[in-house]
Ligand binder design. Structure first.
Ligand SMILES: [Zn+2]
Ligand SMILES: [Zn+2]
Ligand SMILES: [Zn+2]
Length: 407
């Protein structure tokens, strides 16, 4: 659950508002939305935001990926002027005109975040700042190494560009969640569970529990491909969202009959009057979840646990602690900020992400008890803001859009 306040620490960039639309954001003009999960959209339905945003004099614009923009336009509770909702292609640098005393333009590149459909990370370049805001993400280190917008050629070797600040999804920055299976591995585990159940009895059905509005679509597609069938989803969600995703449309259906695999909640199905999720001895509920899979649980029970008629399969759409450590080490940012701080201090998170092993060590002097934590910048990647950089950015190739994990 994001605890990011919406405004970057860099004072010169205070006109940018990310993943928050609450009253303290009304002085911003350049808004960005990383994905359409509720905790990143606080305030977007408020009258005060909609009135301010829709006022043409306010020069407010909202940037997001094409799918997120489609969702915003289709959702009936969000009433924002469509000509102010700007979709940016993923993988390309965009020069955006901004309303700021300090900058006329900023350069923004969207990178695929692998968290849910349409989710992106924002690479923001403005003057001396090169900021990577991850939103929520699940991207492996190998794939970071393929994001051209983040890379620079140094004496024939590709290394990361200097990142002046990294705003990181620290949902699982805890020793308890040291390692998760990749989404591909999780999907394989899920397929095994489903297969076993469906093979037992021709009347058996599977109910995949949706953790929220979106989030397990990658697994849905893998299951549909394996069993060569479409998976039932709620009609409203299908019309509002899934039907507009080419990769997904082939694997889901709003019609509940003729399929033994469902990804719809009971409430959703009731409105369809199909009652397909009515629990009985032939229905197995499967929950894709990461929270329950602490290191201790995985060590003893593995990646699948059965509890009270519910089969849980370990599946995470956020990086594990180990993945976070690898990514921080690779990007080696000048400054590091944490987007999720719950029941931990920033110092604790900082230590977990940067220490060489799990033995406690004395905190660095420049680590204070605030949300701003400074990492030492290695000399290897000195900041280099010159014309060459800009040209390189402009010629970047498009990174892979979907399936951010290597297979
Ligand atoms: Zn979130
Ligand atoms: Zn999210
Ligand atoms: Zn159903």
């Amino acid at each position: 659950m994001s605890t990011f306040c919406g405004i970057l620490e860099e004072k010169e960039l205070a006109f940018i508002g990310i993943d928050s639309f609450e009253s303290h954001m009304l002085s911003c003009s350049t808004f960005m939305l990383s994905h359409f999960h509720k905790d990143h959209m606080c305030g977007i339905q408020d009258q005060s935001f909609q009135v301010a945003f829709n006022n043409i004099k306010n020069n407010m614009l909202l940037y997001a990926s094409p799918l997120t923009i489609t969702y915003l336009k289709r959702n009936k509770t969000i009433n924002l002027r469509e000509d102010k909702l700007i979709s940016l292609e993923i993988g390309f640098p965009n020069l955006l005109k901004v309303h700021s005393e300090n900058f006329e333009y900023i350069c923004v590149t969207l990178l695929p975040a692998g968290h849910c459909p349409g989710s992106v990370m924002f690479l923001i370049e403005a003057g001396p700042h090169r900021i990577l805001y991850t939103g929520d993400f699940r991207v492996q280190l190998q794939d970071f190494k393929q994001f051209k917008a983040l890379l620079i050629d140094k004496d024939g070797n590709c290394g990361p560009k200097n990142i002046s600040a990294l705003y990181l999804d620290t949902t699982f920055a805890s020793k308890k969640y040291y390692e998760f299976p990749t989404r591909k591995e999780s999907s394989t585990n899920l397929i095994k569970v489903v297969e076993e159940w469906l093979d037992q009895d021709p009347n058996n059905k599977i109910c995949l529990w949706m953790p929220g509005y979106v989030g397990i679509e990658y697994a849905i597609v893998e299951v549909a491909k394996h069993f060569n069938c479409k998976i039932h989803v709620h009609k409203q969600k299908y019309e509002e969202l899934y039907s507009s995703i080419a990769d997904l449309d082939n694997y889901v259906t709003p019609i509940s009959t003729n399929t033994r695999i469902h990804a719809c909640s009971k409430n959703e199905c009731d409105t369809d009057r199909s009652n397909c999720m009515e629990l009985n001895k032939n229905v197995k509920c499967v929950q894709l979840n990461a929270l329950a899979f602490t290191k201790d649980v995985i060590d003893t029970a593995g990646h699948v646990i059965i509890k009270n008629n519910i089969t849980r399969v370990c599946y995470s759409s956020h990086p594990s602690c180990k993945e976070l450590r690898e990514i921080v080490r690779f990007l080696n940012p000048e400054k590091l900020y944490f987007n999720v701080i719950v029941n931990q201090t920033t110092k604790e998170i900082y230590n977990i992400l940067t220490e060489n092993n799990w033995t406690p060590r004395t905190p660095k002097e420049d680590v204070n008890e605030n949300t701003k934590v400074i990492l030492k910048l290695s000399n290897k990647y000195k900041f280099n803001q010159n014309v060459e950089n800009r040209t390189e950015v402009a010629f970047n190739k498009r990174p892979r859009l979907e399936s951010p994990e290597r297979e």
